[in-house]
Design a protein around this ligand. Structure first.
Ligand SMILES: Nc1ncnc2c1ncn2[C@@H]1O[C@H](COP(=O)(O)OP(=O)(O)OP(=O)(O)O)[C@@H](O)[C@H]1O
Ligand SMILES: [Mg+2]
Length: 228
């Protein structure tokens, strides 16, 4: 179980405080698919960034195997993220100066995979998002949807135990989006990955095991059947 305890995030606490997360408590069983829904500006992306340790919490805990990962130092976090986590976020974090395969290689380098293993894992990930033919293309030369698929390939290349996805199909046409969701769901299934996904698509949320709604920075568990 991933346990989120009394999580708070206040942006600009001194000058112009925005209380984006207000005492969030969540119980997330391993290997399940979790949908995070809610209106624009409600705090969904903030929750994903803070839970995944890419941004600092103001207070609170994220317990994985009863270890509070928010207390890890940078080195512990780098290793933990590279080994255990995958991220697909709205602002991508794609490096425009690198080509497609270089962008995907980093988590594998951090965990010390050799060149041949990296190459084969990168190819598998690129195939699963239909981007293999762009391996050597500079990220700056990709379309928006291709960048999104690159971000997805990078997120799954290390076969993560926890996968954070913030509107993973936001920039994609419905057919490509459906294929990507299938890829993410297959991965979840085969690896026992916990998928934590922000979506505004109710039919996609309903395909998940658990739905949390964020309202003004507060979280509530909602029943699948309450979804329209
Ligand atoms: N870096 C920041 N500095 C200050 N305030 C921020 C920052 N990022 C987000 N906020 C504020 O925190 C609140 C939650 O933002 P967040 O990005 O988490 O919303 P969201 O639910 O992901 O919205 P959307 O569906 O539009 O992506 C908003 O009021 C937003 O203006
Ligand atoms: Mg957002």
């Amino acid at each position: 179980m991933i346990k989120v305890r009394n999580l708070n995030k206040i942006y600009n606490p001194k000058h112009n405080p925005v209380h984006a997360l207000v005492d969030i408590n969540l119980d997330i069983p391993y290997s399940k698919r979790i949908a995070i829904v809610g209106k624009s500006g409600s705090g969904k992306s903030t929750l994903m960034q803070v839970m995944s340790t890419l941004d600092w919490a103001t207070s609170g805990e994220v317990l994985i195997n009863d270890d509070n990962i928010l207390q890890y130092n940078e080195k512990q976090l780098d290793t933990f993220r590279a080994e255990k986590m995958g991220f697909i976020f709205q602002n991508f974090y794609v490096d425009d100066t690198q080509n497609v395969q270089e962008n995907i290689s980093l988590p594998l380098e951090i965990i010390g995979e050799n060149k041949a293993t990296r190459k084969s894992k990168i190819e598998t990930a690129l195939k699963s998002v239909d981007l293999l033919e762009k391996s050597n293309t500079l990220a700056s030369e990709l379309s928006g949807g291709q960048r999104q698929r690159l971000a997805i390939a990078r997120a799954i290349v290390n076969k993560p135990k926890i996968l954070f996805a913030d509107e993973p199909t936001g920039n994609l046409d419905s057919q490509t989006g459906a294929k990507i969701i299938q890829t993410l769901f297959d991965l979840t299934h085969h690896l026992g990955t916990t998928l934590i996904m922000v979506t505004h698509d109710n039919s996609l949320a309903k395909m998940c095991d658990i739905i949390f709604e964020i309202k003004d920075g507060c979280a509530a568990l909602i029943n699948n059947k309450e979804m329209i």
